[in-house]
Write a protein that binds this ligand. Sequence first.
Ligand SMILES: Nc1ncnc2c1ncn2[C@@H]1O[C@H](COP(=O)(O)OP(=O)(O)O)[C@@H](O)[C@H]1O
Ligand SMILES: [Mg+2]
Length: 602
Amino acid sequence: METKKAGLSKDRQKKIIDMVSGYWKMLALAALCMVVVAGANGAMALLVKPVMDDIFIAKNKEMLLLIPGLAILVFFLKGAGTYGSEYLMNYIGEKIIRYFRDGLYEKITDLPIAFIHKEKTGALMSRITNDVNIVKGMVSTAVINLFRDFFSVIAFLCVIFYRDWKLALGAFIVLPLAFYPILIFGRRVRRFSTGSQETMADLNAFLHETFTGAKIIKIFSLGNFEKKRFKEKTGELFRLEMKKVVAKALSSPVMEFLGGLGIAFIIWFGGMRVINGTSTPGIFFSFLTAVMMLYDPVKKLSKLNNTIQEGVAAASRIFDVLEEETVIREKEDAVVLDEPVCDVAFEDVRFSYAPDEDPALDNINFTVAPGEVLALVGMSGGGKTSLVNLVPRLYDVTGGRVTIAGHDVRDLTIDSLRAHISIVTQEPILFNETVRENIRYGKMDATDREIEDAARAAFAHDFIQRFPHGYDTVIGELGSRLSGGEKQRLCIARALIKNAPVLILDEATSALDSQAEKVVQKALENLMKGRTSFVIAHRLSTIDYASRIILLKNGAIAEQGTHDELMAQKGAYYELQSMQAAKGSSGAETIPSSSPAAVARA
Ligand SMILES: Nc1ncnc2c1ncn2[C@@H]1O[C@H](COP(=O)(O)OP(=O)(O)O)[C@@H](O)[C@H]1O
Ligand SMILES: [Mg+2]
């Protein structure tokens, strides 16, 4: 287990140290506060002697006033020092949390879509929420403990040796016995807590998955199956937690008992010295107090390793993400694309999702001129979505090239390339903001007027107006009341407002019923005028206006031509047509989503 944990490389250590040392003034001040705390701790043990010898035994009245005053001062200093060090160290810790969070979010946002698909969403979220906290724990708690407890240990040792060095030497032969088990137990606890952390992360991912998939689980009656799986996971967690509890719960009593042996020795040896007059009761109790107070910082110091280990593991996970290679990178001398119209060409394009996988696309060649509408058809899994994803560089080609306005897309700045492309994806993705903001995502500086115009063009205005707060309704408020067709129309409005030269519609109207589709289709056709358009259609009847049709089959172009040409060929396209004609034009929704009935369903 220990060896499995990746330590931090020199490089990563240096990054953390650089980050922390940026706050050296605060660190120095915090260290000063910690010295004050340690000094106050030592002073408390020291004060026991005058209390005993001067007040109780000698009954000195002056001391009766002086000592309580000193006690107040010592406690005040300890309090002030504790506050100061906690505040400063947590300030630095929180700063570091924020630095890591922002860095992770930026990185994950910029990483290619493939990375996000590969990692579990829950795991990525846990990087930004949990792991970052653990690292903070390492930086603030560990540093606080390291310095404050270390200084305290020194202070107590000084008191112990100052009071009675002979007794001290005797005790230090016996006491280490009590400290050895700390190491053993610490190691066990650490091992189980790594296990339970991993199980916890797994549990999080599981929850995320099953809650987002709640509908499927209900429909497929997977409830009992999922409950059983969940119970297995909580069972495993229970087992690990209990092992941790046993190790933890045993460690204190065992240590205390062994410590008790040490104390017994001190009482025997120290008592003997008081009886034969070489020591006083004050010295003895002051000594004993310091020894007992030593226990707490030593225990904390022994746990420090644990905190640091956890922190190091979390930091490695964070750095793994931060250092993930961005495969889709911008060239140093990337060109800024700025063209009112663009043609798009695929030249010998080959593409596979993973190096060892069969290509999802192979030998793709075609050009789409401005004003042209290229329709992509074929059975699902044919590679249509994969093909259009290459244009905005959501993925990079494996072979050949994709050009836009004559430039290889990889030679352009990513921002300028994507500014020229508007896309309606297959899954209608909306964010939990207002309807207005969702449309505005297409053009951040759009006026409310422009937003409404876009919504009208996408035939979304009417249903938006029926929302509780119209355009200001937050998507989340609508819950599942928003139908697939409505979502698609909001996405279309968002794409329309972007007004980009290249337009990609990936089954953009598939969730609309035939009637609504015809209307939206008109709007889209207007929009496509003068642009370079890719239309992926699931109903062939909706693409008869396309200038050219490409039929993809297993990632290759099987047929290519106009509707009439392909029909005349009597090949795969013809078959697909006749298949759909036989089924009749099946609407994806039986209730027109713009009708009051659609709203009433909520
Ligand atoms: N993110 C992905 N990772 C790996 N394979 C994928 C991914 N997306 C799609 N594929 C595979 O690529 C092929 C083409 O898929 P896709 O482009 O989505 O087809 P279409 O849009 O025509 O239905 C399919 O075999 C699919 O399983
Ligand atoms: Mg697709």
